[in-house]
Design a protein around this ligand. Structure first.
Ligand code: NI
Length: 271
């Protein structure tokens, strides 16, 4: 599978469970904007065969190279980012939950999911094309995971897939600032992660980011039980030129990403 097909597959899978994504595209198209994605983000557990390095391998084979490593101590996550030689390709951000930092119960729940992924799938594109990654979890297990880690519950429910796409603000023509863009989103009825302070980061750190709250969709759990839960969200990023290199900043800011992980939290304001 080439990169175009993989990215199309990711988009279709993400858009199918993120109704807001279609609506944002429609409204931007109405304004004559063309959408370029800054990055896509995937979530996983630090367990074989689905750990970050395993998910990163197919991207390396498709022309991506590492661009950064990040630690999120409070949420007990770590992440790596990757860039493609072709600057029109989205960057890739992959995070993993450090499962050993949680209870035995959470660890065994995550292990039982990872164990359903054949070892032969590790490091291959089949990690993404085999959907779903594992059998549906039951809703009680989901709720128990939530009490320890919103992130763990999300991965358990949705499997290995793109958690968010991110529109590149740099490629939009009709907005003066990310803050103004956020005000436009709010006026369209989208719910921002932090309406009072919608922009994380700053020009000084060379990256500004914002996001809306994850869409809420009816999701099927084991036994056919359907419950409305947060699925995926849309993010927005504005990058600045690094004065020390004269090139666009390619990395991520851990402090901003730490906040943005909360876009999929179940107990969000107004959610
Ligand atoms: Ni992101």
């Amino acid at each position: 599978m080439n990169l175009d097909r993989l990215l199309d597959m990711f988009w279709n899978d993400y858009a199918a469970i993120t109704p807001d994504a279609h609506e944002i595209h429609r409204r931007l198209a109405e304004r004559g904007e063309t959408i370029v994605n800054d990055h896509i983000a995937l979530r996983t557990f630090d367990l074989d065969p689905i750990r970050v390095d395993s998910l990163a391998k197919p991207f390396a084979e498709l022309g991506y190279r590492p661009s950064g490593e990040y630690a999120f101590e409070e949420k007990r996550l770590r992440a790596r980012s990757f860039v493609h030689a072709d600057p029109t390709r989205p960057r890739v951000f992959i995070s993993e939950l450090i499962t050993g930092a949680f209870s035995d119960e959470l660890q065994s729940a995550c292990k039982s999911l990872a164990a359903q992924v054949p070892a032969t799938r590790g490091g291959t594109i089949d990690l993404f094309t085999t959907v779903p990654s594992w059998k549906k979890i039951d809703h009680t297990s989901y709720e128990r995971l939530l009490t320890e880690s919103e992130y763990a519950a999300w991965v358990a429910a949705f499997g290995i897939r793109v958690n968010h796409f991110t529109i590149s603000f740099n490629h939009l023509k009709g907005f003066e600032s990310l803050r103004q863009f956020c005000a436009w989103l709010a006026s369209c009825g989208f719910r921002l992660l932090d309406p009072d302070n919608p922009v994380a980061g700053s020009p000084e750190v060379l990256l500004e980011q914002s996001s809306i709250l994850a869409s809420r969709i009816p999701w099927e759990f084991a036994g056919g039980e359907r419950v409305e839960i947060p699925s995926c969200y849309y993010e927005f990023a504005r990058r600045y030129t690094d004065p020390s290199t004269g090139l666009l900043y390619e990395g991520f800011i851990a402090k901003s990403a730490d906040k943005l992980f909360e876009s999929t939290n179940v107990k969000q304001r107004g959610a």
